[in-house]
Design a protein around this ligand. Structure first.
Ligand code: OOG
Ligand code: MG
Length: 267
């Protein structure tokens, strides 16, 4: 993120309010670069940081972070070739097996990811996969429900970062494991929608090893002067492409060694 900021403080607040409105009232907006074509990745993170401050001042709690666009399948699907990060709050969490309302989302899609829960503080720069594994308490399977606020799920890296990486809902579940007990790079995953297999993949799709994505996330946090505290919940990014969901749909993500996570969707 060695790019400069091009947005003024006023622009950052204005774009933050625009994204916040779209997120909280579930409507689509044009990508931000339509109006601010010179926007950089650093500008995107400045808008995201403003959004985080705003939610926290409204009483939301920061639970952790997510890496996004860390697999080839996702990069190809979204036409973006650089990973990104976003924050996760308590308001986005949903219990396993719960019914997720779609009426407060724009155009939700489900993804399966490996999540990490940390027991030691992590900080960059130069955070490595091994640092992440040493600081990990346990890993667990997760389903993320992303919901880009941009029309047609069409965006560029700057815009999606400002929209907090399309973060909307997340569900952890399955079976928690110590990272030393399993080979995190070779886990197979199958995603089923309404009983049919809609996507399959292996965890190596995420930068070769999901812990690599967490190290990258910690290094991006460092560029923003942030650390990853112990006790954080961190998702490493979708292994396969994201699958659109609508009311009545049922998603089951089955992970080798980690069990499965189910969610269903209602109006
Ligand atoms: C951006 C979010 C990507 C992932 O796991 O790759 C993401 C998007 O595709 O809207 O969460
Ligand atoms: Mg994701």
């Amino acid at each position: 993120m060695s790019q400069p900021l091009t947005l003024s403080r006023e622009d950052i607040v204005r774009l933050c309010e625009r994204v916040e409105g779209a997120q909280t009232r579930a409507y689509a907006i044009p990508k931000l670069t339509d109006e601010y074509p010179a926007m950089t990745v650093a500008d995107g993170y400045a808008v995201q940081a403003e959004l985080r401050r705003r939610y926290i001042s409204q009483g939301h709690k920061l639970i952790g972070w997510k890496a996004g666009l860390t697999s080839k399948a996702k990069m190809v699907q979204m036409g973006v070739n650089v990973p990104s990060i976003g924050f996760l709050t308590d308001r986005m969490a949903r219990p396993e097996n719960s019914a997720i309302k779609t009426s407060d989302l724009v155009h939700p899609r489900a993804e399966c990811e490996v999540a990490f829960v940390t027991k030691k503080l992590l900080k960059g720069p130069n955070c490595t996969r091994q640092d992440v594994l040493d600081a990990t308490d346990y890993v667990l399977p997760a389903v993320e429900i992303i919901d880009s606020r941009f029309s047609g799920f069409k965006f560029d890296l700057q815009s999606v970062i400002a929209d907090n990486g399309s973060s909307a809902r997340y569900v952890g579940g399955g079976r928690a494991r110590y990272p030393a007990d399993i080979d995190l790079s070779t886990l197979g995953v199958v995603m089923e929608k309404n009983g049919e297999i809609v996507a399959t993949g292996a965890s190596a799709a995420v930068l070769g090893h999901p812990a690599e994505a967490i190290a990258m996330l910690v290094n991006i946090l460092a560029e923003q002067g942030e650390i990853l505290p112990a006790g954080s919940f961190v998702m490493s990014g979708a292994i396969t492409e994201a699958i659109p969901v609508k009311p009545g749909d049922n998603i089951v993500a089955r992970f080798q060694e980690l069990g499965s996570v189910s969610v269903r969707f209602i109006e």
